[in-house]
Write a protein of this length. Sequence first.
Lengths: 237, 428
Amino acid sequence: MTKLLITEITRMGPAFCVIGLQREKEKIRSVRPVSATANSWLHFPFHRGDVLQCDLAPFSGAKPHIEDRVSTRGFQKDSAVPEPEVVTYLRKAEFAGSLPELFRCVLHENRNGSGLFAMPLEPKRSICGTETRNLRLELRANELRATLVLSSGEVLRDLPVVDRDWRDFIDAARAEDRGANRVARLEQFLNSQFHYKILSCPYHFIRLGLTRPYHDLCWLMLDTLFPLPKQEWLEEF
Amino acid sequence: MAPLQDENRWRPLVEECFRREAGSQTSIPDSAQDLIETGVLDSMGWVSFLRGLESASGVNDLGAYLTEHTSSFESIFQAFQGAQAEGHSLAADSSDAKQATARAPVIIASSCAVVGSRAIPSGEIDKAFGMPDGKLRLRAGIESVAYAAEGENELTLGARAAQQALHSAACGAQQLDWIIATSETHRGYPSLAAQLHSHLLARENCGALDVGGACLGLLNGFAVAQALIAAGPARTIVVVSSDVHSRIFTPGRVAGEFGGLFGDGASAFLLCATAGIVPQHAYTLGEFFFGCAGQYAGAIRVAQSADGNLDAHFDGEALSRAAITRLEKVVREAELRSGISRSSLLGLATHQPNPRLVRLLAKQLGLPDDKFPLVAQTFGNLGSSTCGVALDTVLQSARSNHPGKYGPIFMASLGPGLLFGGGWLIAA
């Protein structure tokens, strides 16, 4: 039986990916529970901060997703920890302050357009936490993208945001029942209050991940952005 | 559905950027086809495609016009139309590069390049920095470097280049409206531009302006000069670059793998507003574009430490990768923006971190090596003057070796940051 603190729930298309922290003696490391048949979950009724009981078996998944473990039975909620505490644990897990250290490999620039990628066999891990000096979210033709500067001063642009809560928040902000000019209002929020709310938060923290190999490349993405969005923020714009 | 007004003007640009993203073998989709829904592009590819379009068209917020629209060519054409209605001028409007330059007709009336008087074989540099004999030649392709002799410095080299450029155009220093200087090594006051002003005996009301950007400095200087001429009464400007690395990147202060690459040199370009009469062999400045790829910020950093020494961080491998990727991207962007095919170029005046990388860049671009003047191989990396010496070499060859055949010239350079910039010149 393993206790897993859920730290990441990401959404791409209809499926969710889940990552949690597992304590092993004095070490805290990231683990990604997958089912025996798929890398993602179509239904995952839990939240970040939930501590789940589960059974995980080793899984020889494709590099660089060395954190994959097969969940051999259902999840059972044990307890929950508040958001700031989740970040405290995340800071003790995989962490890097500069681009080459994130996945301990070379990250390449997309020669044709935007984005960064790694060659699948090179990264030593597929998830890593980091601090940012600044961060901005923007909608690019319906797609949510993040631009951020690491504590090393290196800038990452156009990272796809796959954090489920943030994507749900953006979807909610764009819902038709929100009335006129909702995209413009959302953009105004992202350019103003968002910035203050995120950067002034004492537990602001992000985790970056690598996609599974797609056309032989693993793209960099923003897996998690703390603080998580609050429902009441929707009332502010 | 009837094509949008002006659709045909944007279509070649959209199709070219699409092919770059989706691959040259991918067939061009129907205008109304949703590229994401039909699986032609994924969301990464779609945003990447739009970034390419933004970059090539100069409409920097094209994506903003596309929110709540389908991911289709049709939406893109509508977005361009919307952007134009809001006053954007689109690079794609100009099917002819000459049209694009019509807004700011500035010519290079003359140019000159000089290098430090001492030619030092690279083996001696290896020795001075305590590296194995042949390292610079074998690893970087540097045969020799030009070092300033005693009595030479940024001012003397820059002034010599400027005076020669003025002389070639029969232009007196009193005709200058601005002196724009750039240097990555001059750190004293009065600034280099101010010292050049005095040295050249320019008019008192001739402006003197220093621009930064390290190896990108010359392109920054050109862009500023072009804007000054376009904006107001300025008609004649000399842009000068001058760098003396040999007194800063010395053995003991920096590693040989870094310091050994650099040489000393200067360049000067006399830029004039065209007034109907264009001198023979003159080139017109096209457009310039700039940016900063911050993901490479960690690859090179030079700072003064508290004890007065230089604290140089240089990740050669990362920098090489960044340099090639970015220079290639800049050249491709210049090609898209100008409508000038790289195969028609007379030459490329690019930054040359080292000769090996120049050859690699030529290979990546599918161009013969001789399109790139040999600057770094003989003189070393000259900082902001590398581009200048390369451009002067291409201009001189246009005048002497290619009478009547003046192909366009591309410029592309980089600076720590990673700053990047590019532009083009066409025969006037």
